[in-house]
Ligand binder design. Structure first.
Ligand SMILES: Nc1ncnc2c1ncn2[C@@H]1O[C@H](COP(=O)(O)OP(=O)(O)OP(=O)(O)O)[C@@H](O)[C@H]1O
Length: 148
């Protein structure tokens, strides 16, 4: 006789039921920040591209400040640079999940997942270069012309 397995747990709140497969759940905000920082730190340590993007973003913002860009223009450069960094962290997460799933075996879906994640970073990086170019080049050219 077939037996129906019930997955409902009436005594557990909905939120904790959804996380029942998690090895550990952050219990407070400070712990959540600690784990998030650990992810950023891991990405910084292991991903050369993340370090390059961080350096370029910092240089772009510093240059913007030196060129007396408006606050809104600096904010746009900050947002686009931040987006590239955030996607790099997400790319690292996706790479880890793919490696966890397929280990060192080749799988077409693993390739698609990794290529798409890397593609997302590239799209954001190209957009950031475009934005930085639009905002930084005109005042930079004015400065260069004035110096000549
Ligand atoms: N298990 C796999 N199956 C199929 N293709 C894979 C697999 N692992 C990696 N690849 C291919 O190799 C490429 C490089 O994989 P890798 O894990 O080194 O990412 P990555 O190039 O380091 O990414 P990034 O440079 O963005 O950090 C992937 O984009 C994908 O095309």
């Amino acid at each position: 006789m077939s037996q129906e397995i019930s997955t409902s747990q009436p005594n557990k709140p909905e939120a904790s039921r959804k996380r029942e497969f998690s090895w550990r759940v952050a219990t407070n905000l400070l712990t959540s920040f600690k784990y998030a920082w650990s992810g950023i730190s891991y990405t910084f340590t292991t991903q050369r591209n993340f370090r390059i993007h961080l350096l370029i973003g910092a240089l772009a913002i510093s240059l913007g400040v030196s060129l007396h860009l408006q606050a809104i223009e600096l904010a746009v450069i900050g947002i686009t640079s931040g987006l590239v960094l955030a996607l790099e962290v997400m790319n690292t997460a996706i790479e880890s999940v793919v490696d966890l799933t397929v280990k060192q075996n080749y799988h077409e879906l693993a390739k698609i997942a990794k290529d798409c994640a890397a593609g997302a970073v590239l799209v954001a990086a190209l957009a950031a270069v475009l934005v930085a170019g639009i905002l930084l080049l005109p005042p930079l050219l004015v400065l260069v012309r004035a110096a000549l």
